[in-house]
Design a protein around this ligand. Structure first.
Ligand code: SF4
Length: 352
């Protein structure tokens, strides 16, 4: 193993657990170890800061107080609560899992890591979080915060997003949790990564495990964790052509297989870059002001969106609804759609 601090120090793990018990933030999902709430919080907080996820957690628990309530909700209601958080597959999986737990398991979550992993929509990270926090099973929870703490403390120089690096981080975490209270230790690792061992400007002088931190000792904290560069995002070009008649417009519900599946959007077509630019040029000449364009970055795609009014009659593709202009907010939409509606007035758009 290419780490110079193996096996992991029990004293450091004890210090980390004690630090957490004293310094942990008061968060609503920490008040009890109810699997439904822990599951909800972990799914909401994936790729999301606590400050952003907190109001979503509270709104979700208020709207769907238990797994049966979530299972009974419509997909539109679940996506509406999720609106703005992004990564909508998380909401769709949440709904799928809730239906399974409510209907097949009588609302009771499995009580082991392996049992949780068998649920549709629950992956290793979430299963480990529920099994360790609710049932004290000694499985490590490895998120981006934990990867950073482990890579720095144990001087893991392999890229943490490579399979070799990920295996090293997992093996070290698995070793380190031994002899600890799993719920405390896993949350301590995540909390240390979020509050102290931060990506930029880590607070090493306030760190409970600074004495055994290899990266600090040899002065390479800012160089770790190593990450293999991601592939550049693919550029896509969408033209949203918005029909308006008698105070109504039309929305289309995206079908399965798209990142925006289940969300509503204005009718649109995908163009190649040249056609997109030429249409934008034409719209710029025809209207009083340039046509609204937005660039929207997703994890693997950069969407270039152009918006215009359409004077064509409503078409009736599958999954379309006619919506009064003042009722658009009742439909779950992607962040791109919300950004557009927040920033522009429909009736001011140039016509294509
Ligand atoms: S000493 Fe600094 S780099 Fe090392 S684990 Fe603590 S905060 Fe992270």
């Amino acid at each position: 193993m290419k780490s110079s601090n193996f096996p992991p120090s029990k004293i450091a793990a004890d210090l980390l657990s004690s630090w957490f018990l004293e310094h942990q933030r008061e968060l609503p999902w920490r008040t009890d170890k109810e699997p439904y709430r822990i599951w909800l919080s972990e799914v909401i907080l994936q790729q999301t800061q606590v400050s952003q996820g907190l109001p979503y957690f509270q709104a979700f628990v208020a709207a769907f107080p238990d797994v049966h309530a979530l299972a009974m909700a419509s997909e539109d209601a679940v996506l509406n609560q999720w609106q703005g958080l992004g990564y909508y597959s998380r909401a769709r999986n949440l709904h799928k899992t809730a239906k399974f737990v409510s209907m097949q398991l009588n609302g009771v979550f499995p009580k082991s890591y392996s049992g949780l992993l068998e649920l549709p929509g629950i992956g290793p990270y979430t299963a480990a979080a529920i099994a360790s926090i609710c049932y004290e099973e000694a499985v490590p929870v490895v998120d981006g915060n934990v990867q950073r703490v482990i890579a720095r403390h144990f001087l893991v120089e392999e890229a943490v997003n490579s399979s070799v690096g990920a295996k090293m981080v997992h093996a070290l975490s698995k070793e380190w949790i031994k002899g600890q209270t799993p719920s405390v230790f896993n949350q301590a690792m995540m909390e240390l990564g979020a509050l102290v061992c931060r990506p930029k400007a880590p607070l090493c002088s306030a760190c409970p495990i600074a004495d055994t931190c290899m990266a600090l000792r040899i002065g390479v904290v800012s160089e770790l964790p190593v990450k293999r560069p991601k592939k550049p995002p693919v550029d896509r070009y969408l033209h949203f052509s918005i029909p308006i008649q008698e105070g109504k417009t039309q929305l289309i519900k995206r079908g399965d297989g798209s990142i925006w599946a289940g969300l509503y959007e204005f009718p649109n077509e995908e163009l190649d870059e040249k056609s997109f630019r030429s249409l934008k040029g034409r719209l710029s000449k025809s209207g009083k002001m340039p046509p609204p364009t937005l660039t929207h970055l997703l994890s693997h795609q950069r969407i270039h969106a152009l918006f215009s009014l359409s004077h064509q009659p409503f078409k009736s593709p599958e999954n379309s609804v006619r919506v009064a202009l003042d009722e658009l907010q009742d439909y779950p939409m992607s962040r791109l759609m919300s950004r557009f509606l927040d920033g522009f007035t429909l009736l001011d758009l140039p016509a294509a």
